[in-house]
Design a protein around this ligand. Structure first.
Ligand code: ATR
Length: 269
């Protein structure tokens, strides 16, 4: 049995073991997938121990994605751009390969919801690691424009300039948001605290979608706010399942059907 895990801290509430166990059953792969709380001061040691005990690959979540990026021997192009790794794979030669599947997970989930990115006006809220990880695939879909807005305006401006070679991206503070937008993606961690960034009321174009990378049993404050202003709301549970499916594909070469797994998770929230 090939062993995989998700590393995080804390990690006990992770849904990744449920998701990957379901993918394995569905595709007939024999794997074991567990959740491991890595020590905050020794992520590299946790990965070394896991591989020494037969581990073949891992997912990486908060707060280790940047450290995972640092320890890799080789990186996918998209991981290099993101500066973060959520998928580790042990190569035949004992080298560690790193990839990030968060961005493609978001784009697949948007496709599943029939959100058109090409030619659309996009607003992304936040300028942390979660946002950096999704900008490349969003820009690859050729939106008309992408504005990154952040509480700390300088971070949004710096992030936008890092990606300017890939498309029409710019950044600034919440006070320089100028809509309307066809798609607004909340990548801040404000929802976690039940907070809402200060947003103008006329944010959404007709038929717009509001996407929150967070999810929960109830709509997030951002999705409630967006719904009251006429936007269609989508939470990040689908992104979670899609990024997992892409990681599973990297490890096993098989693409699981995400729909039944997403349904199961939704019912269990
Ligand atoms: P992550 O890996 O989740 O992106 P991060 O790198 O710490 O975490 O980034 C958190 C993001 O959420 C940042 O954009 C942060 O804004 P600042 O850069 O100004 O700190 C944003 N954020 C966190 N709490 C927020 C709040 N209450 N209101 C608005 N933005 C918030």
């Amino acid at each position: 049995t090939d062993r995989y895990c998700v590393f995080g801290n804390p990690i006990s509430h992770s849904k990744s073991p449920t998701i990957h166990t379901a993918f394995a059953e569905q595709t007939g792969e024999t794997i074991e997938y567990t959740a491991i709380a890595a020590p905050l001061d020794d992520f590299a040691g946790a990965w070394r121990r896991f591989t020494a005990e037969g581990g073949r690959g891992a997912n990486v979540t908060v707060p280790f994605k940047e450290e995972a990026f640092q320890l890799c021997d080789t990186l996918s192009r998209r991981a290099q751009r993101a500066g973060a790794v959520n998928t580790l794979l042990l190569g035949m030669n004992g080298q560690t390969y790193g990839d990030t599947t968060d961005g493609i997970g978001l784009v697949r989930d948007l496709e599943r919801h029939a959100v058109t990115l090409a030619g659309a006006r996009l607003l992304v809220l936040g300028a942390g690691g979660a946002v950096r990880g999704v900008l490349e695939p969003l820009l690859a879909a050729k939106p008309a424009s992408l504005f990154v807005a952040n509480r700390t305006a300088e971070k949004a401006e710096a992030l936008a300039s890092d990606f300017r070679d890939l498309g029409a991206i710019s950044g600034g503070g919440f006070d320089s948001i100028s809509g309307p937008f066809d798609l607004v993606i909340n990548g801040t961690s404000a929802s976690l605290a039940g907070d809402l960034p200060p947003l103008p009321d006329d944010l959404f174009a007709g038929g717009a979608t509001a996407y929150d990378m967070m999810y929960g049993a109830e709509p997030t404050v951002f999705l409630q706010w967006a719904g009251e202003r006429g936007a269609r709301g989508v939470d990040g549970l689908g992104m979670l399942v899609e990024q997992a499916a892409e990681s599973f594909f990297q490890w096993r070469g098989k693409r699981p059907d995400t729909a039944p797994v997403l349904e199961m998770l939704r019912r269990s929230l």
